[in-house]
Design a protein around this ligand. Structure first.
Ligand code: GLV
Length: 319
């Protein structure tokens, strides 16, 4: 008999699907991860696991999982999985590309405009009863219109983000480990070096995954190269940014503001200096969080598990 571990509460109809072919052990909490000890214990006789970004798949996990055939990660990013190790054991790891692209790009766009137009500050201003009269520069922000936007990471989400810029009359630059000629043609995006992107962009938007090449890419030197009135947005992964350098850059006026949906440590510590800065907007990693998209991500994980357990190829194996 197959056994699937599901490390978060998901709607019962999805569990019903899994129960058609497997015993299912669910950690029935929506907002608290399955404790590591419990996860390790449950893996002993598991043939599949449905995990989230909260679970790290490393040597210890694999050593506890002698029967494991498939790991379905409910995310497109997979820096939580030691892919080489998993592959060396003949275990298939899968992720959830495509289904979340548009939703994540929309969140990035929302974050960018919210920071640019100081929407959170403005709302707090009203709530605090500070609104006395109209003022010529009251909560004046920054236009996206006519701006130069630099996208770091031109994968599916970077392209979907760039598509949304049409209509704002912006200049789009991008940097990516490989050139995306089709995107250059269809989106009018100019391929530039990382330094040129930093130096010329009014908005720098990071959609990049975490890899050895991207870790700490936005460091002190990078923020120094950026315009002093630039806005930095990150919807990729937290560890692409050196947060100490980011805080210093915001404090010293090296850049104007930032919007982050991803952090090095999630959840962020409440004592983190970013949380007390007016020019930093921090969201709790909700890029793909629309109901439809989350349903699609769960369904894709289940499809991958079912396919692999029945001896077929996964729909979206991590390559
Ligand atoms: C979320 O960050 C994901 O990788 O899907």
């Amino acid at each position: 008999m197959e056994k699937v571990i599901v490390t978060r509460k998901i709607p019962q109809p999805f569990i019903d699907q899994l129960e058609l072919f497997a015993d299912v052990e669910v950690w029935n909490e929506s907002y608290t991860p399955m404790p590591r000890e419990k996860f390790l214990e449950a893996l002993n006789d598991a043939t599949a696991c449905f995990i989230t970004l909260s679970e790290t798949i490393d040597e210890e996990v694999i050593a506890h999982a002698p029967k494991l055939k498939v790991i379905a990660n409910m995310a497109v990013g997979f820096d939580n999985i030691d892919v080489q190790l998993v592959r060396s054991k003949g275990i298939v790891a899968t992720n959830t590309p495509e289904v979340l692209t548009e939703t994540t790009a929309e969140l990035g766009f929302t974050l960018m405009l919210t920071v640019a137009r100081r929407i959170i500050e403005a709302e707090q201003y009203v709530q605090n009863g500070e609104w006395q009269s109209w003022g010529p520069y009251l909560l004046a922000g920054k236009d996206l219109y006519n701006a130069k936007v630099g996208i770091f990471g031109m994968g599916d989400i970077g392209k979907a983000f760039a598509r949304r810029l049409k209509g704002f009359n912006v200049n789009i630059m991008y940097h990516n480990r490989s050139r995306q000629v089709e995107a250059e043609e269809s989106l009018g995006a100019l391929y530039v070096s990382f330094d040129t992107l930093l130096e010329h962009s009014d908005f720098v938007v990071c959609t990049a995954p975490l890899t050895e090449e991207t870790r700490d890419k936005f460091n002190e030197a990078a923020f120094k190269k950026m315009k002093n009135d630039a806005i930095f947005i990150n919807i990729g992964r937290g560890a692409v940014v050196d947060e100490t350098a980011l805080v210093a850059a915001l404090q010293d006026g090296e850049i104007a503001a930032c919007g982050l949906d991803v952090l090095r440590k999630e959840p962020i510590d409440m004592s983190h200096p970013l949380l007390s800065m007016k020019n930093a907007l921090v969201l709790p990693h909700i890029g793909s969080a629309s109901v439809i998209t989350r349903n699609r991500m769960i369904q894709l994980c289940i499809d991958n598990i079912r396919l692999v357990l029945s001896g077929k190829d996964a729909k979206t194996p991590i390559k």
